[in-house]
Write a protein that binds this ligand. Structure first.
Ligand SMILES: Cc1ncc(COP(=O)(O)O)c(C=O)c1O
Length: 468
């Protein structure tokens, strides 16, 4: 498809407004000339990773404004008067969250953190929603059990036991609005119990740090090496609670080794402590069967959290906490006292998706896709960025790429941006200075060919003489 170089900010919402604004700017600026044909709404939606409805609404808006014209059999074209329209006045500060006009357009988005949103199983999800609506009794539409719909807690208990070797009964499960939500509650409750200090991995997700601090704990950092979190260093911190990502450390991609798993559990027992296990990326291991979760070997000491943010979509805001019974009961009580529980219809829909086998089928399909994408990205990094080192196991939705000595992280991020490739540097994920310059590349949403092209562009920007 033609690259229209539309750039938008997913976090800002109102996607159809943003797509319309991008097209309007392209027409006004002359990049889309009068008479030029636009891609079909289906093609553009696929390319942008948005729903078709978003593009249809944007096209309808621009048809109404006269920027576009549509004739049966001739598709949608830029209108004859479009380029001569007066530019809009400058945007009002504080209201317009579109990217700055001179921000380079993003053609290849390799920022980590989201799955392939275009692959969300819309049809299957809507039939699960319909099934839920058919099955729900009237009284189930009242205020829910704040621990979550019993049917979902039962399905999650089965799924987590089967797939993640968790030690779980429905009574230990509390449904949350994602890992972030579960962490915020659990860490607050642990702080009430006297866990004023929480150890977190270094490096770690920047999204989690503020919400953990907000929960009222002092954060201390523990280094991660090739085997995962350093338990000897953890012991020295004096903390009795730690948050870890054993299945696929974020962002280094290391899996917690068998020895470290045993050490971590022994540490928790010795200090009467607690391990919070963020089961990050656990669904996506490509080189072997995933290692079972830590909670399965020490259910009395480990609180397991997970969500469907990577397996389905973050927009669902559906996750879980699996905790020892007394803590699970307090999480439930916390929700009863703060928000009266989560949306019920979606919980029933997820239960149906799991029970029917569709959730596992979707994961199998995505695993194959992601594996091809990861392989393509790793190959392209080797081909176009010689001297770079890819860390971590074959898993997840991102890779940690260490840059060669002498290559500055920020210069690479900026050079890539000028070529239309959005990438994140790893620096902000480290507590202090990072040991070396690195990129964290998310590959979930791009085809192997587009990943190769993106890396060729980055290579041409940072390596003089490379043929991008
Ligand atoms: C390390 C880590 N775990 C989990 C998540 C997912 O959070 P949630 O389930 O709230 O979408 C994120 C998202 O940023 C993350 O960085």
């Amino acid at each position: 498809m033609t690259d229209l170089h539309l750039h938008f900010d997913r976090a800002a919402g109102r996607m159809s407004g943003q797509v319309a604004a991008g097209l309007r700017a392209a027409i006004r600026g002359g990049r889309l000339a009068a008479g030029s044909r636009l891609p079909s709404s289906r093609d553009l939606a696929r390319d942008l990773g948005v729903s078709r409805g978003v593009v249809v609404a944007a096209y309808e808006q621009l048809l109404a404004e006269g920027f576009l014209v549509a004739r049966r059999g001739d598709g949608t074209r830029v209108g004859p008067m479009a380029a001569t329209q007066n530019p809009l006045p400058e945007s009002r500060p504080g209201r317009d969250r579109r990217p700055a006009r001179d921000a380079p357009p993003v053609s290849y988005d390799l920022r980590p953190g989201v799955p392939d949103l275009a692959a969300f199983p819309r049809e299957r999800w809507s039939s699960s929603i319909r099934a839920a609506l058919r099955a729900l009794q009237y009284d189930e539409l009242g205020y829910p059990d704040p621990a979550g719909a019993p049917v979902l807690r039962a399905e999650l208990a089965g799924q987590l036991g089967r797939v993640r070797a968790a030690h779980v009964t429905p009574e230990r499960v509390v449904v949350t609005q994602g890992v972030a939500h579960g962490l915020a509650i659990v860490v607050r409750l642990l702080a009430e119990d006297g866990h004023r200090r929480l150890a977190v991995e270094d490096p770690a997700s920047v999204h989690q740090v503020p919400l953990l601090e907000e929960a009222g704990v002092e954060l201390v950092r523990v280094p991660v090496d090739g085997q995962g979190v350093d338990v000897t260093a953890l012991d020295r911190t004096g903390a009795r609670a730690v948050l870890v990502t054993p299945a696929h450390q974020y962002p280094t991609g290391v899996v917690l080794s068998a020895r470290r798993r045993a050490e971590l559990v022994s540490w928790a027992r010795a200090v009467d402590g607690i391990v919070i296990e963020d089961d990050y990326d656990a669904e996506f291991r490509y080189d072997r069967e995933p290692v079972g979760c830590l909670q399965g070997i020490a259910p009395d000491r480990v609180v397991l959290t997970g969500s469907v943010s990577k397996s389905l979509a973050p927009a669902l805001r559906l996750g879980w906490v699996v905790a020892p019974r007394p803590l699970a009961e307090r999480v439930r009580a916390y929700r009863a006292g703060t928000d009266l529980g989560g949306p019920v219809i979606e919980q029933h829909a997820l239960a149906e998706l799991i029970a029917s086998g569709s959730y596992d089928r979707h994961l199998r399909v995505m695993r194959r896709q992601y594996r091809l994408r990861r392989d393509a990205l790793v190959e392209a990094v080797r081909a176009h960025l010689p001297g770079c080192r890819v860390h971590g196991v074959s898993a997840g939705l991102h890779v940690y790429v260490e840059l060669p000595v002498g290559m500055r992280e920020q210069s690479v991020v900026e050079a890539a941006g000028r070529m239309g490739v959005a990438v994140d540097g790893a620096g902000p994920l480290w507590w202090g200075p990072a040991p070396s310059a690195a990129l964290v590349l998310g590959y979930a949403a791009l085809s192997p060919a587009r990943l190769a092209r993106a890396m060729a562009l980055v290579g041409s920007a940072v390596t003089p003489g490379s043929d991008g």
